[in-house]
Design a protein around this ligand. Sequence first.
Ligand SMILES: [Zn+2]
Length: 390
Amino acid sequence: MSHFPPELFFSPHKTFGPLRYKIFSSPHKYAQGKGIIQYLGLFVKPLQGDTAVVVCSPSRQSSVGRSIEESLTKHGAAKQVVFVNFGGECSWEELENVNNQLKGKVKGKPAFIVAVGGGKAVDLVRALAHQLDVQLAVVPTLASNDAPCAACSVFYKPDGKFDEYVYYPTDPYCVIVDSEIIAKAPKRYLVSGMGDAMSTYYEADACMRASYGINPVGGRPTEAAVALAKLCRDLLFEYGVQAVKDIDRGEVTEAIEKIIEANTLLSGLGFESGGLAAAHAIHNGLTAHEGSHEYIHGEKVAFSTIVQLCMEQKLDEAKKVAKFFVQVGLPVCLSDLGISASDLQGIQLVSERSCASGESIYNMPFKVTPDMVRENILSADKIGVSVKGQ
Ligand SMILES: [Zn+2]
């Protein structure tokens, strides 16, 4: 189903044809810290106009809506602020719903749009901003994934199954992360973000090693992107366990600040400019299995990262990563994701879906088949089970 005229979209994989340029992409500005939401208006002031639109769920509106509205008007970024409700899924149906609400509330084009929420909200509002041709400011309320800094959205079907990636020509104007808001969210989200972030280096590294590997902005990875991805992984190993302890106390500590930056900035720049590979494709495959539906993105990416490392025969690294995941409470085996290891038919479906045409799994530096994915899902499961038992 096509929802936008195709010419509106940037096709990174087609734009440069067989040419292989290095491309690095990022938001104009990233800012992070305790209480920074009060300065949102300053960051978006260059975009100033009559009306700013803020898209968020009703619960976000009641928790942070007032601070956002005050900041935008106080700093002169907008004369009025209009709130639009986000219903929870990044789907084509929800985009239409949000668009209809907006048309009823705002005449003409808003000065800019602010996306407030988790990855799905950000991804949905990114599509809306692109459709309206206005700049986007992102205020993540969770550090559960690498969506905030990116120039692409993951669309899902209304039933939660992966639908498609949609690419845009520009990244968000700014990403403003209030660590106090992130630290108040349930622990599961920060932990899930670590699963998503851990895949970043291994995927960028695989994409770099494959001479044909292309990142989501249509270029070869830069050295900078791979270095940022590596720093992301190193921060997780160094501060991840401490951050989990700290978040139980609801305090914003040094470890939490490091992990927010790893999950949001480093993982975001690392995947977009470094490239995705097997782990995210296997995540997409997992979404086709009913059992995994109650698990969030980074939880599925965590297990998928162990699968990718098995595909690369990096078994020591796979065990090290699995051990870390067990320490912070991320899934390391199939049963952790609601899938039985004896459900061979289900695992076959996941493997085939992981190898769908156009998937990032073809950025791996060797030939990949559904059989290979299936075998390595089972090997990763065995590693996960054994590490958990230690
Ligand atoms: Zn991800």
